[in-house]
Design a protein around this ligand. Structure first.
Ligand code: BES
Ligand code: ZN
Length: 919
């Protein structure tokens, strides 16, 4: 098979479909699913039960040899065995099958590797006897540089570069390491043996059972795993240090790091140690494996991967340096560890039946990670921060080019693209909505029952709903289907007549373009009326409904109706919908915010919804601007973060619609953050909260981007002090992004010394988080020449592929043309280098394209991608172009809003918007 010509492969492809079509009519009905273009699933004639795998990676040649013996059960009559394999050379003569029934070894008469479909078809002369059989074969593969399958990562020891071998199999790349039934529903046990040089560490899912030394090599035999899916198998070979601890119930937990960096694993180790028992209790089932290893891999495509018992991470999502990591870095590590460990139950023990149900894995892990982090660090108020998840889901789900949570997946290459904000963030948000509706206790009961019932098995979305319905007595399926089977989400418009106790609600699908979509949902609506003590909840169906407010709120003591001071829908922002208030209700909420009666999540929701309605041209920009002014004394981290985000977007629209109003807009925006900036200062305050530590950097960055002279000067001063003295206390990690931004903004081709100094810091640091911070700012110059230089640096060997995307996140409005030109000119190189890693290439497109706001540019970009079209990025391209057109529409709209200029002038001068109209 090795070295077959491409033409033969194509012929083989044609032939294989003939074979498969014949197979279809032989199988029983339920087993007759075939690998045809529409379903792309393996035929179910044969089921693997146990894999015995041997791997011999050669870290010098970057090749590996392998052997696999699969104990399988032939469950239906067939003379074909079809399994997955890709990028492997299979030694034809080694392929054999021994069946228990006959105790004879048979050899296939034909072996075909179908490249496009990544399958291996073995054809036998006779129909195979039903029952147990053992399939064996030998093969060879390459430790690739693509960060998937069995791949090579590079690390440095004492200035010398060395190779390590590591795996990343999700969603469908185990087939690049060994031939297997590479679908989540084919659970089997795995027993691995790895042969490596004596001085290397080898890790896999299970503990080492024994080792044998043979000359300069050792053979490491791992214990057999419980039943699990192929995408969770893992092997890592390299040189590492570790720290360890043990949980109450005797599970060994270790963090492996680069040699000399083990102390950086301390924080994650502690998080894991506390999270495991938390989940054991929450899910009502113990951690199923004897040990848990977590390891940082220098080249890693995702953020982290939940391999069973051997979780792999990027360095930046696992390691914490006491001096150079920020509060935000710490929070990220905690959230990622909690997310991956949640998968040990949700995903690994109970696994989705097929990728259509990916959201069950990712949505749940995302949601549960907040539960764990809240338990570990209550002072982080992580549930308040959860609203960011909902909003990021809204941003994607408001597009026509969004997709339902449950999405048809045909070809494996389509799977990568659904690891997106819909599966993760919308998934997590609707779970939160359901949990609130069912109440936390009932929800937990349902989940632990689900885990018990489906342990070591697979489940689909409907299975979870059934268990939850059973436990709660509520029609969960009916409620949730409207959220999982259609894309989009509703906006609820609320209207009240004078002192009436009834609120009229109208639902329509919210689209970021402002067009009313056709979707309809069953919406659990909650409402608080003049106080958080008085609230009601309703299940709203259909376009129009009327709800009656909780009684006590609308009656004064003498029984007279009285209008409540304010009415807030979607209390605590736990529902996946936006709210549009009529003018009267909006006015009452503004006063309630100003008087401090509204809680943080709701302040966030009101601001965010108003922004979204404005950007969709459903409300004038002036309404948003006036509302922003009400937040000038805001002190909550999450709300201020949202205000910063909204401010950036307002700056963008004004920049493109009313350039003359930019200076006043910036002045106004700076005024919004003065109270917070004064309170936080530049230096950490002893004993300050985690949230203040995170906020300081964000507020200072916002001031710097909006041109606050004083902040820029101070930031530059501190940066230069640090350049001269790395030990200065004036430039702590939490304010570095702000500092880097301040200097880079001012860099020009004619005066580039600060850019070069920043690169020096980059080269000097060996902490991934610090490097990423620098990468995240170096493209933020206002001089297009320097932006291009930063982008060229991205392509240099000094930046690992995985980190290239950080550079893109720094590009500002001034750099957008230069970056688009750069992308189109270098497209072939970029596609060649990153095209195989969808998560990376998708960000190249979305980050660069989404900065634009004109119809002409949208057309130009569309034309470009029509010429350079690839299925794997189709969705991202359409989504990004849709965003540009939506922004173009907002710009056009604002351009025609004649009174915006006057209002920003007034606001910039410290004047208030009129309290009556809000304008
Ligand atoms: N299962 C994913 C990793 C993954 C992502 C594999 C995409 C294959 C394709 C893992 O559990 C995950 O979700 N990681 C996140 C981090 C998490 C905290 C959101 C990631 O990689 O960003
Ligand atoms: Zn995940």
């Amino acid at each position: 098979m090795a070295g077959r010509a491409a033409a033969t492969a194509i012929l083989a492809l044609g032939a294989s479909y003939v074979i498969l079509k014949q197979l279809k009519y032989r199988g029983r009905k339920d087993r007759s699913r075939l690998l045809l273009k529409d379903t792309m699933r393996l035929p179910r004639f044969v089921e693997p039960r146990r894999y015995d795998i041997e791997l011999m990676p050669n870290l010098d040649t970057c090749k590996f040899d392998g052997k696999v013996a699969v104990r399988l059960e032939i469950v239906d009559k067939t003379n074909h065995i079809v399994l997955n394999a890709a990028d492997l050379n299979i030694y034809e003569k080694s392929v054999s099958l021994r069946t228990s029934a006959t105790r004879q070894v048979v050899w296939p008469t034909r072996i075909e590797l179908v490249k496009d479909d990544e399958i291996l078809i073995l054809t036998f002369e006779e129909i195979l006897p039903l029952g147990d059989a053992l399939l064996s074969m030998d093969f060879q593969g390459t430790l690739n540089d693509q960060m998937k399958g069995f791949y090579r990562s590079v690390y440095t020891v004492g200035g010398v570069k060395k190779n390590m071998a590591t795996t990343q199999f999700e969603p469908a790349d185990a087939r690049r390491c060994f031939p297997c039934w590479d679908e989540p529903a084919y659970k089997a046990t795995f027993k691995l043996t790895v042969h490596v040089p004596l001085d290397r560490v080898v890790l896999s899912n299970m503990p080492v059972a024994s080792e044998a030394v043979i000359g300069p090599k050792k053979s490491v035999f791992f214990e057999e795993s419980p039943k699990m899916s192929t995408y969770l198998v893992a092997v890592v070979v390299g040189e590492f240090d570790f720290i360890e601890t043990e949980t109450e119930d005797g599970k060994l937990v270790r963090v492996y790091t680069e040699v000399g960096k083990k102390e950086q694993g301390r924080f994650a180790l502690d998080v894991a140690l506390k999270t495991l028992p938390f989940y054991t209790k929450y899910f009502g089932t113990a951690y199923p494996l004897p040990k848990l290893d977590m390891i940082a891999i220098p080249d890693f495509a995702a953020g982290a991967m939940e391999n069973y018992g051997l979780v792999t991470y990027r360095e930046a999502t696992l390691l914490i340096d006491e001096v150079h990591s920020t509060a935000a870095n710490k929070q990220r590590v905690a959230v990622v560890v909690a997310h991956e460990l949640a998968h040990m139950w949700f995903g690994n023990l109970v696994t989705m039946e097929w990728w259509t149900h990916l959201w069950l894995n990712e949505g749940f892990a995302t949601w549960v990670s907040y539960l764990a982090v809240d338990y570990l660090f209550p002072e982080w108020r992580i549930w308040t921060q959860f609203v960011d998840q909902t909003v990021e889901a809204f941003r994607l789900d408001g597009l026509v080019e969004s997709h339902p949570i449950e999405v048809e997946v045909g070809h494996v290459r389509e799977i990568d693209e659904i690891f997106d904000a819909i599966s993760y963030k919308k998934g997590a948000s609707i779970i939160r909505m359901l949990q609130t509706y069912l109440t936390p206790d009932v929800f937990q009961k349902g989940l632990s029952e689900y885990i018990k019932r489906f342990a070591y098995k697979n489940a689909a979305t409907g299975d979870l709903w059934s268990v939850l319905s059973e436990v709660s007595g509520e029609p969960v399926g009916e409620l949730m289907n409207s959220w999982t089977s259609q894309k989009g989400f509703p906006v609820i418009s609320a209207k009240v007549h004078g002192k009436a106790t009834f609120v009229e609600l109208k639902q329509s699908q919210f689209l970021s373009s402002g067009v009313d979509g056709k979707g309809e949902w069953v919406v659990p609506v909650t409402v608080a009326v003049g106080s958080y003590k008085i609230s009601g909840s309703y299940l709203v169906r259909g376009k129009i409904s009327t709800i009656e407010l909780p009684a006590s709120s609308s009656e004064s003591s003498d029984g007279e109706n009285e209008a409540p001071s304010w009415i807030k829908l979607n209390v605590g922002q736990t529902g996946f919908y936006r709210v549009q208030y009529d003018e009267d209700l909006a006015k009452r909420l503004r006063s309630a915010i100003a008087s401090g009666s509204i809680e943080a999540t709701d302040r966030f929701g009101i601001l965010e919804d108003t922004y979204a309605l404005s950007a969709a041209c459903k409300q004038p920009l002036n309404v948003l601007l006036s509302l922003m002014e009400v937040y000038k004394n805001e002190s909550d981290y999450t709300v201020l973060s949202c205000l910063i985000d909204v401010s950036y977007r307002v700056q963008q629209v004004v920049n493109d619609a009313l350039p003359a109003a930019v200076p006043d807009t910036k002045k106004f925006i700076c005024s919004l953050f003065q109270t917070a900036a004064k309170k936080l200062g530049w230096d950490p305050i002893p004993g300050e909260s985690h949230l203040d530590a995170m906020l300081r950097g964000e507020v200072l960055s916002a001031l710097i981007s909006s041109g606050d002279e004083e902040a820029i000067a101070e930031a530059k001063h501190r940066f230069h002090t640090y350049l001269n003295d790395r030990k200065t206390s004036l430039f702590p990690a939490d304010i570095r992004v702000a500092g880097y931004k301040a200097v880079i903004q001012g860099v020009k081709a004619s005066d580039r010394s600060d850019y070069d100094s920043l690169l020096t810091l980059y080269r000097e640091s060996d902490l991934s988080q610090e490097k990423n911070r620098i990468l995240g700012t170096i493209a933020a110059s206002t001089d297009p020449v320097m932006v291009r230089e930063a982008l060229d640096f991205l392509l240099s060997p000094e930046v690992r592929s995985q980190d290239s995307i950080w550079i893109l996140s720094g590009i500002g409005l001034e750099g957008r043309d230069a970056s688009w030109t750069w992308l189109s000119e270098n497209w072939d190189t970029i596609w060649g280098r990153y095209g195989d890693t969808v998560s990376l290439i998708a960000r190249f497109i979305s980050r660069i394209v989404s900065q634009f706001s004109s119809y002409e540019k949208a057309d130009e970009i569309e034309a470009f991608f029509t010429k350079n079209s690839y299925p794997a990025i189709d969705r991202t391209v359409s989504q990004s172009i849709e965003r540009v057109r939506i922004m173009a529409q907002w710009v056009k709209h604002v351009h025609q809003e004649s009174d915006v200029t006057d209002l920003v002038k007034k606001l910039a001068a410290g004047g208030k918007a009129s309290p009556e109209t809000g304008e």
